[in-house]
Design a protein around this ligand. Structure first.
Ligand SMILES: Nc1ncnc2c1ncn2[C@@H]1O[C@H](COP(=O)(O)OP(=O)(O)OP(=O)(O)O)[C@@H](O)[C@H]1O
Ligand SMILES: [Mg+2]
Length: 251
């Protein structure tokens, strides 16, 4: 697919970023991958589906005027133009539909409203990235079933790997296995388990790796600037672009 061509002729692709265990790097991957796709001239939107405690807007240093709450409040009248007016724009070109301003609004978001929101977003972008909560809460099941691609992230901790393996079995049972790409984050970190052990543990061969770089990642989160914007030559940035290439050449 050539950048932007998709926007007017076809629907965008939904990429769901998920993990069996929390804190393994979903938000870091979502934000940096979105910027990488945008740099490749794809219209890219992030939906922050951490509806209680989402922080995509913080990690991208945005102060949203509107959130998914506004879209859900107007669901009957919602159309492409109205929804577009609720998106926050990042300097990279990425657009964001942030999580509600307060956790109690999370319960108001139904699968029916998500269906309309996602459908309208997919009509006007090349890639819709969904940053999710860990595990398989109800909304995640909705997203993974709708997904064109699922990026399942793990790190090298035994607990992450064990839970990732369980999640893979569930995906297989739901016939979603073919959509899944496994991403091993912090793959170069000091750990008893090494990244070369992961294919055997997960019984999967084709994995993708993002190296450990706490200094760059932590700094980029704290200043609200995805690291791919400024650290072009770093291995961690190359790993993100590799995933962006993979997604876009397969489309
Ligand atoms: N490649 C990396 N190298 C070094 N540190 C990393 C890397 N990726 C993530 N981290 C660290 O892990 C932390 C958690 O990352 P992130 O917030 O993306 O996880 P998450 O899966 O979205 O968490 P949650 O489940 O709470 O939403 C970051 O704050 C950062 O310190
Ligand atoms: Mg997160």
């Amino acid at each position: 697919m050539i950048g932007n061509q998709n926007a007017t002729t076809k629907r965008g692709k939904m990429i769901v970023i998920c993990s069996a265990k929390g804190g393994v790097g979903k938000t870091v991957l979502t934000t940096n991958l979105s910027v990488a796709l945008s740099k490749k001239k794809f219209k890219t939107v992030i939906l922050d589906s951490c509806f209680q405690f989402g922080n995509i807007h913080l990690v991208m240093d945005l102060k949203p005027k509107f959130t998914i709450k506004d879209a859900v409040d107007q669901i009957g009248d919602l159309n492409k133009n109205l929804l577009t007016s609720y998106l926050s724009s990042h300097e990279s070109g990425v657009k964001i539909l942030p999580s509600p301003p307060s956790p109690e609004y999370a319960d108001l978001i139904t699968s029916e409203s998500l269906n309309k929101v996602c459908s309208l977003l997919l009509d006007s972008c090349d890639y819709l990235l969904i940053d999710t909560n860990a595990g398989l809460p109800e909304h995640n099941l909705y997203f993974i079933e709708k997904a064109d691609e699922i990026l399942l992230i793990t790190d090298l901790e035994m607990t992450s790997l064990k839970n990732t393996k369980s999640m893979l079995s569930i995906f297989d049972a739901l016939n979603l296995g073919e959509k899944v790409k496994i991403v091993v984050n912090r793959s170069t970190m000091k750990s008893l388990l090494k990244s070369k052990d992961v294919p055997k543990i997960l019984e999967k061969e084709s994995l993708h790796y993002i190296p450990n770089n706490f200094e760059i990642v932590s700094r980029s989160i704290n200043i609200g600037m995805p690291f791919v914007m400024h650290y072009r030559r770093k291995d961690i940035t190359k790993a993100i672009f590799h995933i962006a290439d993979l997604l876009s050449t397969e489309s």
